[in-house]
Design a protein around this ligand. Structure first.
Ligand SMILES: [Cu+2]
Length: 649
């Protein structure tokens, strides 16, 4: 049984509320919030976990589209429980998480738990078409897995570019045996992110259009912990812009030490992060504790998309306010050519928050000075500066070795696509790879577009050499493992690779692959399943820069898929069939857009049709692959607004 791919993405926008109430100023930075913000957990120290572990922790995630104004500019946000960033998940090592996801987005969705190994539960890894079928709208699905790791993680949608629209949050795992547990008093989470004023769907339509010669959509803002300060007097701001968004503010008490967990949740961008006057001791990189050394304390921390660090900050400066800085380094992005989507963005790439010493005047702005950058921009932190706390040599005996060569080329329709070993990845949402393996399908016979690479030796050593001959940075992320980063070197000559560090390499799950360079990673095949290996720049994912690693298929194929995971594919199929041919009553005065994109064997065709509804509630018949959406006339005219509703086939 083979279906062609159908994914359907849509959102109904009913026009923005015309309201710009003045925010309420408060005495303490976090006491009262402007009306646009429900009080967020994110500026509070992480609550101490009091339950005895291991325990099972239950969460309910209602996915819904909600209008929010993270940087002042109001837009629909794909949210968890109406929050951006989404709710905090915090647990102890060894705990079980049971997370019921209720999808009310109007789109299908999945949630990926970034960095979590999912040992024995590959089907809860949350990758549509690889580890599960998408959760249809109005369907709920429960993720259920055990945490064997500790450290700083996050969760995000893995369905199309949905996380770029806000569907993400932090996932923090405490370890009673954390070597740094007694080195700080409080524990904070900080997310840093680029941000777009348009939903991702129309951006994707433009990015994947034939003959497009620009680069990735240019972001509109930089956010710290879900807050930014957009220039509401810029012409692009429109009338629904709140110029008084309070900056992200973290309170500290002089003399105390604080752990800050910094997560780059961007779609696209490389950031530098710093806090004026306060050096930061790196103690964790993506779940791996870091050995203390002179080099492990930094003033400026680089993070590409999906990378995370924990640092310790000593509040030992004079009582006052100091800037927290998250700078999008524009020179690390593709050029801002005038054929690039949103090239005329009014972005302020330098987001600021405030480190507020208790006792300092809440109203006085910091006068602190920014640290200079002393390392090569667009690159990761020097690997030799952050050795693992416990010696953890890379596997020395390699049983399977892969060379993956990333290139970019237009297809026959002149759609520019990424390729891994000359193949652009295309997900098959309704036939996930792990189910195919469990049905004993031989992965070597998969479609070329599945980019499947298998290895079957239990506990064998796997090496991946990734070659990037292009001009862009790619932050590559591996699911199901943390890998030993054995080397990052210049050039893409397989006969001239950098020397491998097998003794004490950094262990992490997301690494920057610089332009015209290669990386060498190693890990042990100790986790049977289907694991994605992909660039985390979401625009690059959608252009096919994804491989699937089929780990120990012989053993994995003997596992039993839980009934609810299997049922999800049946629900998705019936949802899809309904979408395929449906009728809809058209609201009075509404405008109907029908957008159809066909992707077939690497070719893609876009067809857009518009109709003005009679506005009398009559039924409209939709053709195969179409979806109806409403927009209000007064929304039309903003960037790409007419493409809010679309379906991708
Ligand atoms: Cu990339």
């Amino acid at each position: 049984m083979k279906f062609k791919i159908f994914s359907i993405l849509g959102v109904a926008l009913c026009g923005f509320l015309a309201t710009t109430a003045a925010p309420v100023e408060s005495e303490e930075p976090n006491e009262l919030e402007p009306r646009f913000y429900p009080k967020s957990y994110i500026f509070d120290p992480l609550p101490k976990l009091t339950e005895s572990s291991p325990t099972t922790r239950y969460y309910e995630f209602e996915l819904k589209v909600k209008k929010l104004s993270p940087d002042g500019f109001e837009r629909p946000v794909w949210s968890v429980n109406g929050q951006y960033p989404g709710p905090l998940i915090q647990a102890n090592k060894g705990d079980r998480l049971v997370i019921k996801v209720i999808n009310r987005l109007g789109d299908p969705a999945t949630i990926h738990w970034h960095g979590i190994f999912q040992r024995g539960t590959n089907w809860y890894d949350g990758v549509p078409g690889q580890t599960q079928c998408p959760i249809p709208n109005r369907v709920s699905f429960t993720y259920n897995y055990t945490l064997e790791q500790s450290g700083t993680y996050w969760y995000h949608s893995h369905f199309l570019a949905q996380y770029v629209d806000g569907l993400l949050g932090p996932l923090i795992i405490q370890d009673p045996d954390d070597p740094y547990k007694n080195s700080y008093q409080e524990d904070y989470v900080v997310t840093i992110s680029d941000w777009y004023h348009s939903p991702s769907a129309p951006l994707l339509v433009q990015r994947t259009a034939p003959h497009y010669t620009g680069f990735n959509p240019y972001p509109d803002a930089a956010l710290i912990s879900g807050r930014g300060q957009y220039n509401c007097s810029s012409p692009a701001a429109g009338k629904h812009c709140n110029p008084n968004v309070k900056p992200a503010t973290y309170n500290v008490q002089k003399g105390k030490k604080y752990r800050f967990r910094i997560i780059n949740t961007s779609a696209y961008t490389y950031f530098t992060f710093s806090i004026d006057n306060h050096p930061l001791q790196v103690i964790e990189v993506e779940g791996t504790p870091v050995k203390q050394a002179n080099t492990s304390t930094v003033t400026v921390l680089p993070l590409h998309t999906a990378q995370r660090y924990s640092v310790i900050l000593h509040a030992n400066q004079p009582i006052g306010n100091y800037y927290i800085r998250a700078n999008i380094i524009e020179s690390c992005l593709a050029p801002r050519t005038n054929n690039t989507i949103n090239y005329n963005s009014s972005i302020n790439p330098n987001a600021t928050g405030i480190l507020h010493y208790i006792g300092a005047d809440s109203y006085s702005k910091p006068t602190s000075t920014e640290y200079p950058v002393t390392f090569t921009l667009c690159r990761g932190i020097d690997s030799s500066a952050i050795r693992p706390y416990k010696p953890d040599p890379a596997p020395a005996n390699i049983t399977n070795s892969f060379v993956l060569n990333v290139t970019f080329a237009p297809n026959d329709d002149d759609v520019g696509l990424f390729k891994i070993n000359n193949s652009t990845f295309e997900p098959i949402f309704n036939n996930p790879t792990n189910e195919r393996i469990m049905l004993k399908e031989d992965y070597t016979g998969f479609e070329k577009t599945q980019n499947a690479y298998g290895y079957d030796v239990p506990y064998g050593g796997v090496e991946i050499i990734l070659l990037n001959g292009g001009l862009a940075n790619h932050p590559f992320h591996l699911h199901g493992h943390a890998f030993h980063l054995c080397g990052v070197g210049q050039g893409i000559d397989i006969n001239n690779l950098t020397t491998r560090n097998l003794i004490d390499p950094v262990v992490r799950d997301t690494v920057i692959v610089p332009p015209q360079s290669h990386i060498i990673i190693r890990y042990v095949a100790d986790n049977p399943g289907v694991w994605a290996f992909h660039c985390h720049i979401e625009w690059h994912v959608e252009l096919g820069m994804v491989a699937q690693l089929i780990e120990r298929p012989t053993e994995f194929s003997n596992r039993t898929l839980p009934d609810d995971v299997r049922a999800l594919c049946m629900q998705y199929d019936s949802y899809y069939k309904k979408q395929k041919r449906s009728t809809a009553a058209l609201p009075r005065g509404s405008m109907v857009k029908r957008i159809q994109i066909r992707k077939n064997g690497g070719e893609s065709k876009k067809q857009i049709r518009e109709e003005e509804a009679a506005g009398n509630g009559e039924e409209a018949v939709l053709n195969e692959g179409e979806r109806y959406i409403e927009t209000e006339e007064n929304d039309i005219g903003t960037q790409a607004n007419e493409e809010y509703l679309m379906s991708i086939w």
